[in-house]
Design a protein around this ligand. Structure first.
Ligand code: AVJ
Length: 321
């Protein structure tokens, strides 16, 4: 067990090293948003979800409260597989629905963060003793195998996680999910909708500065995991909406000319005002989801939005043609 954990840890380390090396060598320096979520980052994200400006979580929760019973009964799902589960706070609404319907027996949360996953599984085991919980520690952007489970399965990718992927990578991810699906399985996707720049930018520039701390925390993760020497005070938070690409971009702006050292990578010079892009968060409409589903071999079956049209839950199935 110890051996397995150590080798898993070093695999994670070399994946991270390769990602960071590649991202920071691009003309527009870039880091993968999956590295936000260490313990501190996960807590900061939880704090973001409670901010008045960050409408996404509340809107999705409202939708789930309205629709989850329908999703569960109409699909007859016996297993819920959740990609990027995080703390699974909203998932409980689906789990409640499954238990009420008497169909559900298994919950399979998949997450990159082993610590988050262990905590989520622990909490849910206490809350739902009748549920079988099978956590899977995996990076959903890479190939992985699911343990044996009962069908039909409801695969869920909630919380606008898909927003972190550009069109090519979003298509890849949905194809990978599609590849795990049997004909009777369903796919539930949560997407944030296109809306005014003002509302979108407010959600990523909260007045309390929690998002700014969340953004800088990624540098702290690199300091700890890779022995980097980022000075967090020498970077500021910037988030803006690109109306043409329909996405929020989040950057860390270098406050001065500086050189950062990452021992296994080398010296990384940054000029004053140069940025490292730490996240994209793509915003959708029905047509854009349709395009994505088609490219991934999925059929868009249901489209549900909240009363303010801020967020959508989309139900899909494997396309048979
Ligand atoms: C967890 C990827 C959905 O894109 O809104 C929140 C992360 N970043 N505030 C998002 C995030 C800044 C979030 N996702």
């Amino acid at each position: 067990m110890q051996l397995v954990q150590n080798s898993a840890r070093s695999a994670a380390h070399s994946d991270m090293l390769a990602d960071v090396r590649e991202g920071l060598s691009r003309p527009q320096k870039e880091l993968s948003p999956k590295y936000f979520y260490d313990e501190a980052g996960s807590l900061l994200f939880e704090e973001i979800t409670r901010l008045p400006e960050y409408y996404l979580t509340g809107s999705e929760r409202e939708l789930l409260l309205q629709c989850s019973q329908w999703f569960v009964t109409s699909t007859g799902s016996r297993t819920l597989v959740e990609f990027g589960a995080g703390s699974a706070a909203k998932t409980r609404i689906l789990l409640d629905g499954m238990l009420r319907a008497g169909t559900g027996c298994t919950y399979m949360p998949i997450d990159v963060s082993a610590s988050t996953l262990a905590e989520t599984a622990g909490t849910l085991r206490i809350r739902y003793p009748e549920l079988r919980i099978m956590p899977v520690n995996a990076d959903i952007t890479r190939d992985f195998r699911l343990p044996k489970h009962d069908g039909p399965v409801l695969f869920a990718l909630l919380g606008s996680t898909i927003g972190n992927f550009d069109e090519m990578n979003a298509t890849r991810l949905l194809r990978r999910i599609r590849g795990q699906m049997e004909p009777l399985d369903s796919f539930l996707l949560g997407v944030d909708l296109r809306k005014s720049t003002r509302e979108l930018e407010a959600a990523y520039n909260d007045v309390q500065g929690v998002t700014a701390r969340f953004n800088r925390n990624i540098l702290q993760v690199l300091n700890r995991e890779l022995g980097a020497d980022f000075d967090l005070m020498a970077f500021s938070h910037r988030a803006f909406y690109d109306e043409h690409l329909h996405r929020i971009e989040m950057h860390l702006v270098s406050a001065r000319d500086q050189v950062v050292t990452i021992p296994e990578i080398g010296r990384i010079p940054l000029t004053r005002g140069e940025t490292i892009r730490s996240e994209i968060s793509c915003k959708y409409d029905r047509a854009a989801v349709q395009v994505l589903f088609e490219a991934a071999g999925l059929e868009l079956e249901e489209w549900h939005t909240d009363e303010h049209q801020r967020f959508a839950l989309v139900l899909g199935r494997v396309r048979v043609d």
